[in-house]
Write a protein that binds this ligand. Sequence first.
Ligand SMILES: Cc1cc2nc3c(=O)[nH]c(=O)nc-3n(C[C@H](O)[C@H](O)[C@H](O)COP(=O)(O)OP(=O)(O)OC[C@H]3O[C@@H](n4cnc5c(N)ncnc54)[C@H](O)[C@@H]3O)c2cc1C
Length: 384
Amino acid sequence: MFDVVVVGAGPAGGSAARAAAAAGARVCLLERSAVPRYKTCGGGLVGLSADHVGIDLTGLVRSTASALTVTLDGRYEASRGRRDGRPWLSMVMRAELDAALLAAAQQAGATVRTGVQVVGLAENGDAVTVRVRSGADVRARVVIGADGTSGRCGSYVGVRCDQVDVGLEGEFVVDAAMADRWAGRMLLDWGPVPGSYGWVFPKGRVLTVGVIGDRAQGAALRSYYRRFVERFGLAGLPREHDSGHLTRVRAVDSPLRRGRVIVSGDAAGLLDPWTREGISFALRSGRLAGEAAAATVAAPRASGPRGVAALAGYPSRIEQILGPEMDAGREVLAAFARRPVVMHMLLASPGTFGLFTRLIEGRTTVARQLRRPGVRAAVAALSR
Ligand SMILES: Cc1cc2nc3c(=O)[nH]c(=O)nc-3n(C[C@H](O)[C@H](O)[C@H](O)COP(=O)(O)OP(=O)(O)OC[C@H]3O[C@@H](n4cnc5c(N)ncnc54)[C@H](O)[C@@H]3O)c2cc1C
């Protein structure tokens, strides 16, 4: 029997396994795919992600952006570059980042089993039985679900989501001239579907290009993606990958724990509702989950609620740390969905463009900005 089983080897699972193993727990991480595995993701590391990743990013960062262009469905272009050349955003390939996080978890002492798909969980007494497809059950005192948007652990815990988006994205292989044109520059486009947006993230000879928005508007999003790709002359180029993936944002009062099972990252619906930035949420919630699990197994054995006291504190830690950021993201998304032109003009204006880049860089948060006098009221008025 293990102390902790972690399900999933994304940034949430890698961080959770590492934190729990570093705190002395016997950890086993189960991942259904072979690693490295592809994940549909822009791979954009905002400042908060770089701050919380906990590993050396040298060699993983494919490129950085210190210039940003924003447009509104291709119009009203505004650009800004950083004079000191320091980056606002770092771009990675998720397969490489996740494999490096997993290696760090192994170094901390976690056992990793890949090609193992979890099919169910059952609690009995003070243990959880993790059922896997074609293999023996694995038992643990605590399970951390980090198995992404459509995972088993979220269903077991009863996670409820009230925002479901679909992201459509391709990795386009470009020639040297086009790679040069995009070097050091990223583009964000507020899309035609309310609350949607598109991005171009350069990664050397690959451009990661995608759009994300309300899943219910699937046909309109596919058309937006097609036009977005054509706009940059990429339609005929080879694509290393072209895929779609859901993101789900938890409802405010959605559970994060059931008994001895806690959830983190996308499995818990933890991501910014506006930007759909999820890596920093996965890294932070994964670490908190790993620490809570290790504290639970280190505590003297007790039965009943006392036996999981540290786990019981995990949801409130998440609410306290990530809750305000998610609330703020919801408010800004509502304003964007309702008044895209005004919001674009505001963010692209000389006074606030700098604020926007400070947000990307992690030097401030939307939650902090909304606490400034008048700002929350203005955003609320725009969303009406
Ligand atoms: C198109 C798109 C672009 C995005 N771009 C960005 C971006 O640029 N920056 C950013 O910060 N965020 C971005 N995000 C969000 C980000 O990708 C996610 O929030 C992040 O991957 C969440 O990490 P995670 O570890 O919780 O889950 P995941 O990365 O999804 O990892 C879950 C893991 O669990 C495994 N798994 C699933 N089910 C099982 C099972 N039953 N048994 C065993 N293993 C299982 C999966 O194989 C996977 O390895 C984007 C999302 C989309 C859809």
